[in-house]
Design a protein around this ligand. Sequence first.
Ligand code: THU
Length: 127
Amino acid sequence: MDELISLAREALKRAYAPYSNFKVAAVVKTKTGVYTGVNVENASYGLTMCAERVAIFKAVSEGDRDVETVVVYTDTEEPTPPCGACRQVIAEFNKDATIVMACRGKATTAKLSQLLPMAFAGERLRS
Ligand code: THU
């Protein structure tokens, strides 16, 4: 896990957050690969994309959907939990993914099912 957190800390330098100045990095670990992401903001604020979704979309667009772990890293005193939209996007690929929230000097871990109970999912569209 330390390796994934180090990778996220390194990726944080690439966050593009000139408006909020709140830099976020994410690392998605799948069964076979590792993908980084950072938040990418826009002058049209609503177009901003979170770090977690960038990393998930990178994995999926490379054909890799077997999400196991998502690390969220911020250079803050307290860990940053993923936003609701990112929880929903992670749930699409693994409702029970491990979410590691890491910051300066500490990390906390939760299951996505704890962070997003009763998730809306594709099965519900077919019932
Ligand atoms: N942000 C993320 O990248 N991930 C989250 O889960 C929460 C928020 C970003 C979006 C925006 O660039 C900045 O943090 C402030 O909201």
